[in-house]
Design a protein around this ligand. Structure first.
Ligand SMILES: Cc1cc2nc3c(=O)[nH]c(=O)nc-3n(C[C@H](O)[C@H](O)[C@H](O)COP(=O)(O)O)c2cc1C
Length: 333
């Protein structure tokens, strides 16, 4: 995820739970682009022991081919093409999710990339640009080019991050494609993860915002899949996580500027503090200095209360997650 799931985040996450693999933030690709040195460090300085896929976003085929060839010199698990970013500035340029509006061009692009990439070539997609009815045509294109993996954020581009995801479409992809299909979107806890997996038979799950909010989620899910208990982290564990993030992100900053650093932390904390206590979120929003930041974090988190397993119902930030677990959701796990 842009500006969040970078090298410091990967390090901090893996001290709490470890996913099977990572995907970098996207490398922006255009005729004048060079591989972003900061993003490359998530590949060259990755000490997590887990493979990293390099993600590209762009629409200019010669530039995408050049970037894929340049990345081949680095220890990547494969190249992933972003067909899901809904940002208007990206879609207007027919990159990311915007490419889904042009299936014929996408067909040609995937053909050329597949032919040129000797290693793994995977795709991250949405269900369509405007309508889910676009999905069968997209699946046909993905199947034709024998991609090595497909991750599906099971909403349309226009749906952004709002509303429920559509597991039935992921299941359709699992049936139609020979490659592993990964289900993504709205996994916030073990119940939503297990339910998404059960409803799709996907080969794996990808977790974004849910892992920022709860960095123990990969271990919790692994335990749930093996029918084991996993200890419930406390507020104090969350406080340690925030301290760890603060220090790692500061360590990476070219020049440490305390006020700017607090603003940077507030962006990530938006996913973490959401729904914990109403005051925590509101107080954080107003703080400016490191002293204020830490005073608020300690005031709200220096206790041993167990963390709530999922965000609040009807959350705007994690919109529609309740629909995944449906009627099987129990009040607490
Ligand atoms: C701030 C932000 C940045 C994101 N950046 C990327 C990105 O660089 N590449 C990508 O494939 N998806 C990106 N995404 C989308 C997520 O990877 C994921 O598909 C989406 O948030 C739904 O999954 P989740 O509910 O597990 O977060 C981003 C999402 C957000 C909110």
């Amino acid at each position: 995820m842009q500006d969040i799931t970078n090298l410091p985040f990967m390090r901090v996450l893996c001290r709490r739970s470890v996913p099977d693999w990572f995907v970098t933030e996207y490398f922006r690709v255009h005729p004048a682009s060079k591989l972003n040195r900061q993003l490359l460090r998530a590949i060259t300085e990755n000490t997590t022991g887990r493979p990293v896929f390099a993600q590209l976003i762009g629409r200019d085929l010669p530039s995408l081919l050049r970037s894929a060839a340049e990345l081949a010199a680095y220890p990547i698990a494969g190249i992933d093409l972003n067909l899901g970013c809904p940002a208007p500035i990206v879609c207007r340029k027919d990159a990311g999710g915007g490419l889904l509006r042009h299936p014929d061009a996408l067909h040609r692009m995937l053909g050329a990339l597949r032919e040129a990439i000797p290693g793994r070539f995977t795709v991250k997609t949405r269900l369509g640009f405007a309508e889910r009815s676009e999905f069968p045509r997209l699946l046909e294109i993905f199947r034709h080019h024998a991609i090595d993996g497909l991750t599906i954020h099971a909403r349309t581009v226009q749906a952004g991050y709002q509303g429920p995801v559509h597991p039935a479409c992921v299941r359709e992809a699992v049936s139609a494609l020979a490659c592993p299909v990964i289900a993504n979107g709205n996994i916030v806890d073990t119940q939503t993860g297990l339910a998404y997996h059960r409803q799709t038979a996907a080969a794996g799950l990808m977790i974004g915002r849910g892992a920022i909010r709860n960095p123990w989620i990969f271990a919790q899910l692994q335990a749930a899949f093996e029918d084991r208990e996993h200890p419930i982290p406390s507020s104090r564990c969350l406080l340690e996580y925030i301290h760890d993030l603060y220090a790692e992100i500061a360590r990476e900053a070219p020049r440490f500027e305390p006020l700017r650093h607090v603003q940077r932390m507030k962006r990530t904390l938006g996913f973490i503090s959401h729904g914990l206590t109403p005051d925590f979120e509101a107080h954080l929003r107003r703080c400016n200095t490191p002293e204020e930041f830490w005073s608020i974090c300690h005031e709200h988190l220096e206790n041993d209360a167990p963390l709530p397993p999922c965000p609040p119902a009807a959350s705007k930030l994690f919109s529609g997650f309740e629909a995944l677990a449906g009627e099987v959701r129990s009040p607490r796990i």
